[in-house]
Each structure stands twice: as structure tokens, then as C-alpha cells.
Design a protein around this ligand. Structure first.
Ligand code: AMP
Length: 283
């Protein structure tokens, strides 16, 4: 496995692989790799011939006052995980490598970035789309792998790729969960053992939503009320949003129909946690 710290190096390695006719897969991450990331890497290794994992804590997707400085950066452990998983290249650039001068060019996806996480993190998706566009230009992958855990991100990235005619496939992998149902996240390590236990109510609330839809409840306000009851039981929890939206447009819906995305954001102690489920309620 090669470790490329510069754009020049990763480009030269990919160039050789491409010349050999290999299918290139990219897994963009911010590091602190866990079983969620590993599932994306495994999917890439299975479906591609040459896999690049990028590890970059992207400053432009953090809001002022967020955890950019204290975000975990265990690079050596991450490299071990990548090696074991069969990764060909880890691209681990410095902020200076990715943003050598003040960034005045941005990729902005409109509308889809306004609801849900966009409300409390107004600059977040602009940072995500900009860094992903840069990574796609640097690595030129045939396919890039993202997790359903960040549902709004997957929809925003897919829209960017379609709108800008980027020649790659976006593959979405299922959310990996801890045994108690909590979605695995690099930020879970900010939680105490008790908070981790309490955070299981996030997934419980999503399961309640699925059960109510399966049982025929169609009024979203009724479902949201039941979900909120569970989330309010989290002692150090502060609900940011509980939303049921159209799974494609992300617009709020009052009545369940077709494919819906139920998404939750809760602050528990120092960790802002998000989770979601997709439900196809038919007609
Ligand atoms: P991050 O390092 O948090 O930026 O995440 C990198 C990629 O891993 C994103 O596409 C995430 O959606 C994905 N990811 C993070 N957590 C999980 C999880 N629990 N299950 C599946 N994918 C995940």
C-alpha cells in the first residue's frame, strides 16, 4: 500500500493503474476509521481493481466553533486498517496541499442543502461538495463510495455529479450500527459510556417511525411526536431536528407516501449525532 501526501503522487499512482485498465474506486473519509468506513472500503475493494482512500479532515466543512481542532486524527491506526482491508493508496494530504491559497472557488448545490443539517450548518455542504469535487478531479475515480448514514450528503453529492456531468458512479452503502443500534461514527468517541447507551434511543425512534408507517399511520406529525418522546428521554440530549421528508427532494411532507427519508439530529453532551432511515411506503 502506498501513502500519498501530495496531489502529484496520488495522480501518478492512479495514472499507472488506469493505464493498466483498472477500475478506480475512491472512498473519501476524514479518518478515525471505524467499521462504517471499513464497509465502504470493502465494497470498493470488491467492485474495483484499484482503491484509493482519502483521509482529510476538511476545514471548509466545519462551522466556526465546531470540532475541527479536536477531531481525532489517528493516522497510523488508519493506515493499518487500510492496509488490512486491501487498499492500494491512501491519499492523506495536508490542508496546505488541498487549499494552498484562500479558496475563492466553491461548488454549491442549492435547495437540497437548505433543510435538515443545512439549517444549523449553513456552510457545511458547500465545504463537502467543494472538497469532493476537488477529490474527484484529483483521483478521477470510476466510482466513489459514500455511507447512507449521511443521507443528505449522499443526495447532495449525487446532484452535484449529475448537474456537473462528472464521469463517475456514486455508490451508497448501508449504515453500520453498534450492537445497541447507534450508528457508528467517529464522533461517538466523544460520548461517555452512559451517553452511548442513552444514544440508542436515536435508532429506537427511527424504528418506531418504521413500525408506525408499516402499521398504516400516514400523518407525519403523529410519528414525529412519538419519536420525540423517545429522544426526550435522553438525559443530556438536545433535539436539533426530527424530520420526515421526501427522499428525493428533501421537502417536508405531512402525509406519508412513496419513498420517505426520516432523519434525526441530536446533540448529546459534546457530540452532534445524526441518523436516518429510508422507508418506501408505496402509494
Ligand atoms: P466521515 O469520515 O465521517 O466524513 O465519513 C466518510 C464516509 O463514511 C461518509 O461517506 C460517511 O457517510 C461514511 N460513514 C460514516 N459512518 C458510517 C456508518 N456508520 N455506516 C456507513 N457509512 C458511514
Amino acid at each position: 500500500m502506498e501513502v500519498a501526501k501530495t496531489i502529484e503522487k496520488v495522480r501518478s499512482l492512479v495514472k499507472i493503474a488506469r493505464r493498466d485498465g483498472r477500475k478506480i474506486g475512491l472512498v473519501p473519509t476524514m479518518g478515525a476509521l471505524h467499521t462504517g468506513h471499513i464497509s465502504l472500503i470493502e465494497a470498493a475493494v470488491k467492485n474495483c481493481d484499484f482503491v484509493v482512500v482519502s483521509i482529510f479532515v476538511n476545514p471548509t466543512q466545519f462551522e466556526p466553533g465546531e470540532d475541527f481542532e479536536k477531531y481525532p486524527r489517528p493516522l497510523d491506526a488508519d493506515l493499518e486498517i487500510c492496509k488490512k482491508a486491501g487498499v492500494d493508496v491512501v491519499f492523506a494530504p495536508s490542508p496546505q496541499q488541498m487549499y494552498p491559497a484562500e479558496n475563492v472557488t466553491w461548488v454549491t448545490v442549492e435547495k437540497l442543502t437548505e433543510p435538515l443539517c443545512g439549517k444549523s450548518r449553513p456552510g457545511h455542504f458547500r465545504g463537502v461538495t467543494t472538497v469532493c469535487a476537488k477529490l474527484f478531479n484529483i483521483v478521477a475515480p470510476d466510482a466513489a463510495y459514500f455511507g447512507q448514514k449521511d443521507a443528505q450528503q449522499t443526495i447532495v453529492i449525487k446532484q452535484m455529479v449529475a448537474d456537473l456531468n462528472m464521469p463517475l458512479e456514486i455508490v451508497i452503502c448501508p449504515t453500520v450500527r453498534e450492537p445497541n443500534g447507534l450508528a457508528v461514527s467517529s464522533r461517538n468517541q466523544y460520548l461517555t459510556a452512559q451517553q452511548n447507551k442513552d444514544a440508542a434511543n436515536i435508532y429506537k425512534s427511527l424504528q418506531t417511525c418504521r413500525r408506525m408507517i408499516d402499521a398504516g399511520t400516514t400523518q407525519t406529525h403523529q410519528i414525529i411526536a412519538e419519536m420525540r418522546k423517545l429522544l426526550q428521554q435522553i438525559p443530556s440530549g438536545q433535539i436539533e431536528y426530527v424530520s420526515i421528508v421526501d427522499a428525493e427532494t428533501l421537502e417536508s411532507i405531512e402525509k406519508i407516501a412513496g419513498k420517505v427519508l426520516t432523519a434525526v439530529a441530536v446533540q448529546i453532551g459534546p457530540a452532534r449525532l445524526i441518523d436516518n432511515i429510508l422507508v418506501d411506503a408505496g402509494k
